[in-house]
Ligand binder design. Structure first.
Ligand code: MTE
Length: 320
């Protein structure tokens, strides 16, 4: 991963608009007993040709007020055009190429050390969870950051669906692998598919969030449609996109970036301004859309929610 400096097309901070959402369309439909019929009928106008038809009726979801920000939301136009998605290339402007991603049908496999192994479609998964919106900070290891209104549900809900066995200590997640669709996957020097992992304690922490939407809409392809992770106390590379497989295992997973650069990227990757990357400082970050560099916070500001997860693990490389 390279550090990249601001380009002329990036929006100024003043262009950031907060898209407030105050009601949950899904609950309204459920209360009215209309469920999927109305949704399939195209409540949102059928604008999303390839997206989940069911999913398109679920946004915006009600905002969970427990998750607040200390900075303005990043402008949607900026967050959706400045992306890391190496499956479609190593530049930040892969949003056009990422439109090649076929997101429907999308099957998700839940496997490994679980009582209830299953494969379910993305639409079926949506029927089994309640969506909410959360405002999260998002800090890339490259030192840029955003503030994003994700829509999704706690990862713990998926863990509960799987009912892990006692031997399951880790959750390994995998992105699709299809070099014909995703041209970046033809780059043979990367260990495709993209893989990430969490401990079960991390995966069931309240902050670990599975994302299906952003800015009050279904997730755009370049941000990891239809299903991605957001673990905001960790560097952004832990937040794996376009997930097709969740595997519960006794073995610590080796992640895509660990396999690519083991001296620079580790399993834990918790944000810490005091521990530099081997090639640059992590003390500050560039808030996208602003000329400012601001101090980076320990655990990206989420110490209260997650610091306890790392008690007794001080000898581990927790910050790379
Ligand atoms: N997931 C996959 N499958 N492929 C990727 O290249 N990049 C990671 C992470 N998840 C990546 C991925 C990195 S380095 C970051 S910073 C975030 O996605 C970027 O998310 P964003 O583009 O939505 O800001």
């Amino acid at each position: 991963m390279l550090i990249r400096h601001r380009r002329s097309w990036e929006l100024p901070e003043s262009a950031a608009t907060e898209e407030s959402v105050f009601w949950n369309r899904r609950r309204v439909l459920q209360a009215a007993g209309m469920g999927g019929v109305l949704l399939a009928g195209g409540w949102s106008g059928g604008a999303l040709a390839q997206e989940s038809i069911l999913g398109s009726g679920l946004y915006p979801a009600e905002r969970n007020p427990a998750y607040t920000l200390d900075r303005p939301l990043t402008a949607e136009a900026l967050a959706t055009t400045y992306n890391n998605f190496f499956e479609f290339g190593s530049q930040k402007n892969i949003h056009k190429r990422a439109q090649d991603l076929v997101v429907s049908p999308w099957d998700i496999q839940i496997t490994g050390d679980v009582e209830i192994p299953q494969t379910l479609s993305f639409d079926d998964l949506l029927k089994r969870v309640d969506l909410e919106e959360r405002l999260y900070r998002h800090r890339c290891v490259e030192t840029w950051s955003m503030a994003v209104p994700w829509t999704g549900f706690p990862l713990k809900a998926l863990v509960d669906m799987a009912a892990p066995l006692s031997g399951a200590k880790y959750l390994r997640m995998e992105t699709f692998h299809d070099p014909e669709m995703a041209v970046g996957q033809k780059a043979g020097w990367y260990p495709w598919p993209y893989v990430e992992g969490l401990t079960i304690e991390e995966a069931t922490n309240e902050m670990a969030f599975l994302v299906t939407g952003v800015y009050g809409k279904p997730l755009p392809k370049q941000m990891g449609a239809p299903l991605r992770l957001a673990v905001p106390w960790k560097y952004g590379f832990k937040s794996i996109k376009s997930i097709v497989k969740f595997e519960f295992t006794s073995q610590r997973p080796r992640s895509f970036w660990q396999a690519t650069g083991p001296r620079e990227y580790g399993f834990w990757a918790n944000v810490n301004p005091a521990v530099p990357h081997r090639r640059w400082s992590q003390a500050t970050e560039k808030l996208l859309g602003s000329d400012e560099r601001i101090p980076t916070l320990l655990y990206n500001g989420y110490a209260e929610q997650v610091a306890h997860l790392y008690k007794g693990l001080e000898k581990e490389p927790l910050y790379m």
